[in-house]
Every structure is written in structure tokens, then in C-alpha cells.
Design a protein around this ligand. Structure first.
Ligand code: AMP
Length: 451
């Protein structure tokens, strides 16, 4: 889970500022670290660090980054890794044919196999990044033309990726053959921008051109833009991006994330109607589906929960003693709206089950007469090996308990998850990876463990 951005520009002065604001718009895709690399006449300079976009870059750092091609990333820390400075992207390397920068979102399913093969041949690794395997493969591909090398390397990659690469004179972007990760192309004047999500285009005043197609690689240089396709598979875009991860003001593969979530809420009401006085959404990810539920049911939508806007990455978990005292650090109830009401609480998903249990308890304590939970996705039952940081199965409540058991454990009057059919109907077609909800993934796990 990361956000990537690339710009092929003409305006050397403003490119680092554009990168900054573009990455700012993609911040929801990763909060652990960020980096910007810029090509200046074949020399790639970069600035990267642990932290949020507005914490990492000072104005002077940005002024020092000049050039006409740039790539950048915001990175999410996977739950099984610590915060490690060596793992900040973009990765910048020098090889026989010059400098190369790589920024990546996704997960290579055959990472350990490829890494081991490279190590056998003498490659040395300094990071745990998938992009370092990609960079090594490109450097060893042995083709004079970088485009040919990248093409060859992509043929051997299994897994999900949205990839942006920069050489001395080219910006290259590629999306995996299933289109599991999002990647779009935009244009402003003569300048091209590629971004994980279109919300960054809106921020930058860039016109959306089109999505990069599943399996497509585009090469942008002084001659313009060239599109290179490799083998095409049935599209399998990550459903969890639509459910939770992507920003609602983004449009991915022609589908508005906002409208998808609104539809999920409407379908949820059709599947599991309930008599109630108010509908509320769990901030922030359940709110749009809650509005959809309200529109379909004619039950008024209102604000029931207030989120502390400043709880962020550096959030210190409360001690057991404080938790037992019931500290409400992230969320609090708006008692004026809840007391004496039959409440429908809509949330996007249940993963471990801790958030919904606490929220439901708070609603009851605030005097809700009834609490009905409606979840705008099917139960999350499988861990994802394709780049979504879903916990392992033993920590997924949906993998270990029935809906009835979960309902009893949370202590609510009713609980309903959107059906898989209902989800796909709301999304508009069947071209989605639903692996975390069904266990069926387009690409299997390469069972190999890295040594
Ligand atoms: P829980 O069931 O306590 O694990 O929390 C689930 C809630 O966390 C969902 O309603 C989402 O809004 C949010 N969520 C889902 N997946 C993730 C994730 N990979 N990382 C952080 N939050 C998530």
C-alpha cells in the first residue's frame, strides 16, 4: 500500500512543488515515509525521509531539487515491518547505462524467488523493497535499450504493481496485467503526470487523460508518449481499494469511488432493511455508505460520532489502565443525537473487530435504544499477499467467528454484511479481485520464504 507519482515536465522550476502537492494528495495511501527523486540532465538527486509529506520537506529542500523528470512515493508500513530508514522510496541506483529511479506500489508474489536467483548471481541487497529486486533485474537484463530491459523484467514479475521509473531522459509507468493497483495518466500543457489516484490531478490542476490499462507500460520522453502492451488478463482491480483505501474523490478505471460507496450503502439497505430512527456513519470510511443507506431507506442521516482530526501516525496507544477507564481518544459520541434513538451504524468493513465493538459500546453507553450494524462489504476472511496490509487469518474476526457470534460479541441488536453479489453489483461489474473476502486471488502465493 503506497502512492506513486511521476511527472515528465518542461518547467524545471516548479516540478518539485508539483511533486510535493501531488504526494500530499496521495498521503492516505501511506504515512510512514516519503521521497522525491528528480532527474537533472542525467543526474538523479533525491530527498526522502520518515514522516508525512508536510513534515518531511522544507521549502529549501524542494528548491534544491531541480530537473525535468521526477518520481515520488508515499509509503505505508506493513504491520510485519518496523520503521526502517533503508526502506524509503524512490530507490535511486546507478548502473552501466546511467542512473535509474524506481517508485512502486504493490507486492511481487515471486519476490523471494527472484531475490534468491539474483543473490546466486552475486547481487547485493541493501533494502527489503520490491523495487530493489526490480532495479537489479533491469540492470542485469543486458539490453542496451532501457525500454527493452523493463519490458523483459515485467514479463517475469508476478503480483500486483503500479510502477514509475525514471531514467536520464524517460519516465516509464507500468501496471500489472490484472490491474490490481490503480494508475492514471494526466496532462497539463505539454507535461505528463502519472499518479496512483486521480485526486492528485485535481489538486494539481492536471487534466485526466486515461487510466493506464492493466498490463500496459507507457514510455514518456521528448518524442511524446508511447504505449506498450504486454499479455492481457481479465481485469481484477482490488475491491478493497473501492471499499476502504482509495480516496472518494478519485475515479479509477472509469468508476467513481464515491458513487461505488454510495451504491454499497443503498444495496446494503435493500439486502438488510431495518426500522430505525437515524443512520450514522463510522468516520471517515463509513460515511458515504451511510448516506447511501439513508437515501435508500429514507431514514435520516445524521452525525453520531466525532473523530479527533489530529490523531495520526504518531498516535501513542493508551495503556491498559486507561483503556479500561474507557478513554475516547480517536472517537467520541454525539450524545445529543444518539440518546433514546434506534441507530443504524454503517461502517465500510470489519477487519479485527476491535473498532466496531468499541464504537457499538459507546453508542449503547450514550443511551442508544437499539444499535444495528450494517457493513458495506462482505466479511474480511483472508489475508492479502498482493499488497493490501490485511492481518493474518488468526487475527481476522471474520475468519474465526460466525456472524451470529460476532453480533453477540459486539453486543448489538443486529449485524449484517453486504453480500459479495451486492458488492459487485454496487461496483458495476465483475472485474475485481475479492481475494480478502473469498480467498480466490488472481495470482497465487509463491510459497517461497525469503531467507
Ligand atoms: P478493525 O476491525 O478494528 O480492524 O478495524 C476495521 C476498520 O479499520 C475498518 O472499518 C476500516 O475503516 C479500517 N481499515 C480497514 N483495513 C485497514 C488497514 N489495512 N489499515 C488500517 N485500517 C484499516
Amino acid at each position: 500500500m503506497s502512492g506513486v507519482l511521476g511527472i515528465y515536465g518542461k518547467n524545471v522550476e516548479k516540478i518539485s512543488q508539483m511533486m510535493y502537492y501531488g504526494l500530499y494528495a496521495l498521503q492516505h495511501r501511506g504515512q510512514i515515509s516519503t521521497g522525491i527523486a528528480i532527474n537533472n540532465n542525467g543526474f538523479i538527486d533525491y530527498y526522502k525521509d520518515i514522516g508525512l509529506v508536510n513534515e518531511v520537506y522544507e521549502e529549501d529542500d524542494l528548491k534544491g531539487l531541480r530537473g525535468n523528470i521526477s518520481i515520488g512515493q508515499v509509503r505505508y508500513a506493513f504491520s510485519d515491518e518496523g520503521i526502517d530508514k533503508k526502506n524509503i522510496e524512490p530507490l535511486v541506483i546507478g548502473y552501466k547505462n546511467g542512473a535509474l529511479g524506481v517508485a512502486y506500489d504493490g507486492s511481487i508474489a515471486n519476490y523471494c524467488t527472484l531475490k534468491e536467483e539474483l543473490e546466486e548471481k552475486g547481487s547485493i541487497f541493501q533494502t527489503d523493497l520490491d523495487s530493489e529486486v526490480i532495479a537489479n533485474l533491469i540492470a542485469r537484463a543486458g539490453k542496451k535499450d532501457i525500454v527493452e530491459s523493463v519490458k523483459l523484467v515485467l514479463e517475469g514479475l508476478e503480483g500486483s504493481y503500479a510502477l514509475v521509473l525514471m531514467t536520464k531522459d524517460k519516465l516509464i509507468a507500468a501496471r500489472d496485467i490484472y490491474g490490481i493497483k490503480p494508475l492514471s495518466l494526466g496532462k497539463i500543457g505539454d507535461e505528463y503526470v502519472v499518479s496512483s489516484e486521480t485526486c492528485a490531478f485535481d489538486t494539481l490542476g492536471v487534466d485526466f487523460v486515461r487510466d493506464i490499462e492493466p498490463g500496459e507500460m507507457i514510455v514518456i520522453d521528448n518524442n511524446g508518449i508511447e504505449s506498450i502492451f504486454k499479455k492481457k488478463e481479465a481485469r481484477s482491480f482490488c475491491a478493497f481499494e473501492s471499499i476502504y483505501f482509495a480516496r472518494p474523490d478519485s475515479v479509477i478505471d472509469g468508476r467513481s469511488i464515491y458513487l461505488s460507496r454510495l451504491n454499497m450503502g443503498k444495496t446494503l439497505f435493500k439486502e438488510a432493511p431495518v426500522h430505525a430512527d437515524i443512520v450514522i456513519g463510522a468516520p471517515d470510511s463509513g460515511i458515504i455508505a451511510a448516506v447511501g443507506f439513508s437515501q435508500a431507506s429514507n431514514i435520516p442521516y445524521t452525525i453520531g460520532l466525532i473523530k479527533n482530526k489530529y490523531v495520526g501516525r504518531t498516535f501513542i496507544s493508551p495503556t491498559k489502565e486507561l483503556r479500561e477507564k474507557g478513554v475516547r481518544i480517536k472517537l467520541n459520541v454525539l450524545k445529543e443525537n444518539i440518546k433514546g434513538q434506534r441507530v443504524v451504524l454503517v461502517d465500510d468493513s470489519i477487519v479485527r473487530g476491535t473498532t466496531i465493538k468499541r464504537t457499538a459500546q459507546m453508542l449503547k453507553e450514550a443511551g442508544a435504544k437499539e444499535v444495528h450494524i450494517r457493513i458495506a462489504s462482505p466479511s474480511v476472511t483472508h489475508s492479502c499477499h498482493l499488497g493490501m496490509d490485511t492481518p493474518s487469518r488468526e487475527n481476522l474476526i471474520g475468519a474465526n467467528k460466525t456472524v451470529e457470534e460476532i453480533k453477540k460479541g459486539i453486543g448489538v441488536d443486529s449485524l449484517y454484511y453486504l453480500s459479495l453479489e451486492g458488492l459487485l453489483d454496487s461496483l458495476g461489474d465483475r472485474g475485481f479481485c475479492t481475494g480478502c473476502l473469498t480467498g480466490v486471488y488472481p495470482i497465487g502465493k509463491d510459497g517461497k520464504k525469503c531467507l
